[in-house]
Design a protein around this ligand. Structure first.
Ligand SMILES: [Zn+2]
Length: 86
């Protein structure tokens, strides 16, 4: 890759949304380009935050889908009460 990968592309790479050939091009570029390494570190840290937020969200979503089709209502099995999320 002769040009720098865009931040969006780096984000897709971190999220593993790029295909294998693209991954290899980005990896090769990152090995040689210090400025992209810096961008990559930043992208990686905010993608990690997004993933943590998504994981927390998807867990409660999964639980509510199993018990109640309304995504705004989560039934807490252990306590047996409904938590309303606004
Ligand atoms: Zn670069």
């Amino acid at each position: 890759m002769s040009t720098h990968p865009s931040e969006d592309l780096l984000e897709a790479y971190v999220m593993r949304h790029t295909d294998h050939a693209v991954c290899q091009r980005i990896e090769g570029h990152l090995r040689e380009c210090e400025s992209c390494q810096q961008v990559f570190v930043e992208v990686k840290s905010y993608v990690r935050e997004i993933k943590i937020a998504l994981r927390a969200g998807s867990q409660s979503e999964k639980r509510s889908q199993q018990i109640n089709p309304n995504p705004n209502v989560i039934v807490d099995r252990q306590q047996g009460k409904q938590l309303i999320l606004l």
